[in-house]
Design a protein around this ligand. Structure first.
Ligand SMILES: [Zn+2]
Length: 402
């Protein structure tokens, strides 16, 4: 064979291989998966006591889970009370109470329309999605999300935990159930009534049994509809005080919560990353924050996370972006954890103000942080936000101080 013929043959073989690959690619093409999410909220569950039920719980046998924290960072702009209104709204909006505005359980409060809940974000992006919110503790639906979730297909409040569970099994059986949030309240009620002890453990066991029935239903549905991609998240709004009867304060125990999932989640859940300048009690701030649930659900449901949303949480599926983004207003500094060689884009009040190699893990705002601002740090198409409060004035000793 002459050289030109050899070349022609090689070209033909290469073209054939390429075509084969293309057709293989076509053959391998599957119908698109349909993302579905179920969030099971359990009110006032202390992880340590849940774990004391032993290894046979549905939490431990069937889910991936990790410790998390509620209540923001003590002494910083994100600090919030470890109570239900602020906690559930943080879980459902992906921002702390200094943005969503539900700083107490006062039923006249509404989530700030600038920081809407998952219901509103999903309704805007997916007009035909079937959205449900079924809760025992009514104010979630009847107060804080009254306007925000008015596009829901199902919104039911004030049901017993058993009724919430039965209604949810029905929704999972008979509807498209694209996004479903439910809240079980009885563990919190048992804690308030008698503190830690047999009644609290019994309520946790009951909640875990209900979790098991819901997981069975999701598995049954997923096997009937293999094109559905189910994300289940289990979480709680706050921990409990030393006695178990109260909560609301800033102790480690009240701030300790958990996030569990049927899917293996990324390193933000599995590998704590400690913010060196402020690790928190027993390195609590190295664990995942309660704000991570919303960006995780949005990403699973196929939405791109946008910097203008100013979500405070790191998503637990896919790239984490920078981790533990935080501000030290007095030093006009943003800090974060990352060993990435890529560039972080920094926004301040919606304007790009800097591009910084991620591994530097800090940036100083040349204009200072005298005013409250919204910063967003974006890496790997994953934005995470920090709202600052005005830097306090330098302390000057005046005569009036004596
Ligand atoms: Zn409570």
């Amino acid at each position: 064979m002459s050289l030109p013929n050899v070349l022609r043959l090689i070209t033909l073989i290469a073209a054939g291989l390429l075509l084969g690959l293309l057709f293989k690619g076509c053959d391998a093409k599957q119908p698109p998966m349909q993302p579905k999410t179920l969030i099971i909220g359990m009110d006032g569950v202390q992880l340590q006591h849940y774990e004391q039920l032993g290894g046979d719980t549905h939490l431990q046998k069937r889910l991936f889970y990790g410790k998390a924290y509620a209540g923001g960072i003590n002494g910083r702009a994100s600090e919030q009370a470890t109570i239900s209104g602020p906690g559930w709204m943080t879980l459902l909006t992906g921002v702390w109470a200094n943005k969503h505005g539900v700083i107490t359980n006062n039923e006249s409060l509404r989530v700030d329309p600038e920081f809407p809940s998952l219901f509103k974000r999903l309704r805007d992006a997916l007009p035909n999605a079937y959205l449900s919110s079924v809760v025992n503790w009514s104010p979630i639906n009847t107060a804080f999300l009254l306007e925000d979730a008015q596009g829901n297909d199902v919104r039911e409040s004030g049901l017993s935990d058993e009724q919430v569970t039965a209604r949810t099994l029905d929704i999972l059986d008979k509807t498209p159930a694209d996004f479903t949030f439910i809240q079980l309240d009885e563990p919190d009620e048992a804690g308030h009534a008698s503190g830690f002890g047999p009644a609290y453990q019994f309520a946790l066991r009951e909640a875990d049994d209900r979790l098991g029935r819901l997981l069975d239903k999701v598995e049954e549905r997923a096997s009937k509809h293999p094109q559905e991609d189910w994300l289940v998240i289990v979480c709680t709004d706050h921990g409990r005080d030393y006695w178990g009867s109260g909560h609301g304060g800033v102790t480690e125990q009240e701030k300790t919560v958990f996030i569990a999932s049927n899917k293996p989640l990324n390193e933000e859940l599995t590998q704590p990353s400690i913010p060196g300048d402020n690790p928190g009690p027993n390195n609590l701030y190295g664990y995942v924050a309660q704000t991570s649930v919303t960006p995780t659900v949005l990403r699973h449901m196929g939405l791109d996370l946008l910097p203008e949303w100013k979500l405070d949480g790191t998503p637990l599926l896919g790239a984490t972006g920078v981790r533990k983004a935080r501000a030290i207003e007095g030093d006009a500094k943003l800090l974060w954890n990352s060993d990435s060689q890529e560039t972080v884009t920094i926004y301040k009040n919606d304007q790009i103000v800097a591009n910084v190699p991620a591994y530097l893990q800090q940036w100083t705002d040349p204009q200072g942080m005298r005013q409250a601002s919204d910063y967003v740090l974006e890496l790997d198409d994953t934005p995470v936000a920090v709202r600052t409060r005005p830097a306090s004035k330098p302390f000057v000793l005046e005569e009036s101080s004596y």
